[in-house]
Design a binder for this molecule. Structure first.
Ligand SMILES: [Zn+2]
Length: 483
């Protein structure tokens, strides 16, 4: 068997969470009436001058710092020239040979442990408008429409090194990167609305051999499409090479309905765009003070946070990764511990009950009625044997439906666990008296019947007896008391 190795790099576009566009004061609202958020600057009127949005630059710096990139004291905006109906100026303001940041990395979890994936560069650029081709948007068979609300909204492009080797790794990388831009409050990560889009560069080679010719699959807007497009492309290229044919360098589009990629156009080279420094903007200068101010404002990132959970709380990879999915969830988990729960129990409850309940009721965690403090108190009552695990589920259900304090609910529903040894002994004696036949079987050596008798004690106590104490006392009574 001839073996092939896939070489994948991703270019991710993230829309920055600013109120206004990158070079003008127009609002960036998604879903506004077409062409209602436009002005002479983003429409490319002659004489209109761009002014950079400081917030956009700060958000870009946040992501660059979070991925360990070097921020360049001076970077340069450049014009990328091409003609397309969604680009009113006839060029896009981007960055070319002097980007904002270079040389970072992020870590992904793989089957063989963690792997570092290089980030070549992060640059700032403006988005283009949107073409509407479908009838629901008002287009007809021979007419497409142009909505320029998106023209000029701020993006960062994050270019990975060609370090990814499979579709799973590509998905793991995009997952982590999406978490990072969201932890930075730089992007909402909404792939359906196009806030995060991804192009995949794919080639195959003999392991360790020279790089093969690559193709670029554009505009993948879901993790599933990314996985399917990359897998299809790898298979397609291997089949070509094994037939003795060549891979053509080109840009391709993924068709989700058919699950295939199709050639769109021959891949353009940088020189096709006639890049030159943007004459209307001075170089972008970033001072050291603002970099350290922004660095101080960054939260702990998902990778280090998950690693800390594994180290300090002995959680496994799957649980720690689930808990860092969003900053909100990770904070909730840590507040549950702060409210008295052990880390292991908090992890289980958050992962199963909290996420399950939010999913089922279709509520966001921030609107969920059971706060971390309420959950922490409930768990700590289980851990101090005040209530049983089963009772805790009831308390949780009650809180999720109607709110309320866990202690009040325990009292109202009579869920407090019975740990009083005398009370349990009294119940055990009643059970022994009422089940003479089973007691006789137990004493004649059929010890398997013990479980049944414990069950009777639990039943008699309406499930409230502390099972451990019930077990112990029943055994004592059976062993030592008068026959
Ligand atoms: Zn504008």
């Amino acid at each position: 068997m001839v073996r092939w190795e896939a070489v994948i790099g991703l270019e991710v576009h993230a829309r920055l969470l600013t109120r206004s566009k990158l070079f003008c004061a127009c609002e960036t609202a998604f879903g506004a009436a077409p062409n209602s958020k436009v002005c002479p600057v983003c429409l490319g009127y002659p004489g209109a001058l761009p002014v950079p949005n400081r917030t956009a630059i700060d958000l870009a710096i946040r992501v660059a710092l979070a991925t360990g990139c070097t921020i360049h004291a001076e970077s340069v905006f450049a014009r990328k020239n091409y003609f397309y109906p969604d680009l009113p100026k006839g060029y896009q303001i981007s960055q070319f040979d002097k980007p904002l940041a270079t040389g970072g990395s992020l870590e992904i979890a793989t089957r063989d442990g963690a792997r570092e994936i290089g980030i070549i560069r992060i640059h700032v650029e403006e988005d283009a408008g949107k073409l509407i081709h479908d009838a629901t948007g008002g287009a007809t068979d021979d007419t497409s429409l142009v909505d320029l609300n998106r023209a000029g909204t701020p993006l960062i492009e994050i270019v990975s090194a060609p370090d990814l080797r499979s579709s799973e790794e590509a998905i793991a990388y995009l997952t982590r990167l999406r978490q990072i831009v969201m932890y930075c409050d730089a992007c909402d990560g909404n792939m359906e609305e196009g806030s995060l889009r991804c192009d995949a560069n794919v080639s195959v080679r003999r392991p360790g051999g020279e790089l093969g010719t690559r193709t670029e699959v554009k505009n993948l807007n879901s993790f599933r499409f990314l996985g399917r497009a990359v897998d299809f492309e790898i298979e397609r290229q291997i089949a070509l090479l094994e037939r003795g044919e060549r891979v053509v360098q080109e840009t391709r589009l993924f068709d989700p309905a058919e699950g295939v990629t199709r050639a769109m156009r021959s891949k353009e080279e940088a020189h096709d765009y006639r890049y030159f420094p943007e004459p209307d903007l001075p170089p972008l200068v970033i001072d050291v003070e603002s970099i350290s101010r922004i660095r101080e404002g960054l939260p702990e990132m998902p990778g280090p946070r998950a690693a800390r959970y594994r180290r300090d709380f002995a959680l496994n990879v799957e649980d720690s990764e689930t808990l860092v999915t969003s900053r909100e969830l990770a904070d909730y988990f840590e507040r549950t511990i702060a409210a008295g729960a052990s880390a292991r129990a908090a992890a289980n409850w958050v992962k199963n009950e909290v996420l399950g309940s939010c999913n089922q009721c279709k509520v966001e965690l921030r609107d969920f009625r059971v706060t971390a403090e309420m959950l922490g108190e409930t768990i700590s009552m289980v851990e101090s044997s005040e209530i049983s695990g089963k009772a805790a589920k009831e308390v949780f259900e009650a809180m999720a439906t109607n709110g309320g304090s866990p202690r009040e609910i325990v009292e109202r529903l009579g869920l407090a666990q019975l740990s009083d040894r005398d009370a349990i002994r009294a119940i055990a004696r009643r059970v022994i008296a009422a089940n003479a036949a089973q007691v006789e079987q137990f004493r004649s050596g059929r010890t398997g019947i013990f479980g049944f008798l414990v069950g009777q004690v639990m039943k008699e106590s309406q499930g409230r007896a502390n099972p451990e104490i019930a077990n112990q006392i029943l055994r004592e009574c059976l062993d030592t008391e008068a026959r």
